[in-house]
Design a binder for this molecule. Structure first.
Ligand code: 13P
Length: 253
């Protein structure tokens, strides 16, 4: 069985102080519930990472970055390397989010290299894939997502692949209030796991956490997380308030 993970992606929200407060609120909420079998992750903006790591210190809250540059160092104004992220104490890095693909032109070559850069520093990639609305409407979602993971992850050795967390985020469900139905999520997660099985074998496939992301809320998380191949969620809007986020963290049956 893959481990359960609920990761919050704060996107471009929260100042440093607001971020510290959110981590403190989350720690307080977590102390009231039994969620010891769930890995909890928050992903603040870059400038908040150091303070978030300090605030999370000694608690069950793990800290992730939202992006990374693929090169180790050099003349890349405005960019941040995996080694820099490691140096502030983050453990996870979101890679290939659809907003990075759409607004910042990230392509499969960049994303594959980012995965390598993160793994080389001993950090855990939270790798995002997902189809856009037109691709879903024309029934191409498996071809699209299968193609993404093949081009961006399947160059990895089995040993490295076993460290990757996958997040399936149908682009049409992100921030739109539209969620994939639990069955649509299950179908895609089972498909992704079958691709991983073919490439790396059943043992690794069964241990790979596959998270769902896209308008996940306390009110719909239990139904989605109840599906066999859904191991948790990557949460945007509902991760910005501790009480909503805790409602999702505790949604596993
Ligand atoms: P929402 O939960 O706001 O739809 O965002 C999902 C997402 O993009 C998480 O990375």
């Amino acid at each position: 069985m893959a481990r359960k993970i609920v990761a919050g992606n704060w996107k471009m929200n929260k100042t440093v102080n607001e971020g510290v407060q959110l981590v403190e609120d989350l720690k307080n909420e977590l102390a009231k519930v039994d969620a010891s079998d769930v890995t909890v992750v928050v992903s603040p903006p870059y400038v908040n990472l150091s303070e978030a790591v300090k605030a999370a210190g000694g608690s069950a809250v793990n800290v992730s970055a939202q992006n990374v540059h693929q090169e180790a160092s050099g003349a890349y104004t405005g960019e941040i390397s995996a080694e820099m992220l490691k140096s502030v104490g983050v453990g996870y890095v979101i890679i290939g989010h659809s907003e990075r693909r759409e607004y910042f032109g990230e392509n499969s070559t960049d994303i594959a290299k980012k995965v390598d850069a993160v793994l080389a520093q001993g950090l855990t990639p939270i790798y995002c894939c997902g189809e856009v609305k037109e691709e879903r409407e024309s029934g191409q979602q498996n071809k699209i997502v299968g193609g993404q993971i093949e081009a961006e992850l399947f160059h990895l050795s089995a040993e490295d692949f076993a460290k990757v967390v996958i997040a399936y985020e149908p682009v049409w469900a992100i921030g739109t209030g539209l969620t994939a139905s639990p069955d649509q999520a299950q179908d895609m997660h089972a498909f992704i796991r079958s691709c991983v099985t073919e490439q790396y074998g059943e043992g690794i496939a069964n241990e790979t956490p596959i998270l769902y992301g896209g308008s996940c809320k306390p009110s719909n998380a239990a139904e989605i997380f109840g599906k066999k191949d859904v191991d948790g969620g990557l949460i945007g809007g509902a991760s910005l308030k501790a009480e909503d986020f805790i409602g999702i963290i505790t949604a596993f049956n």
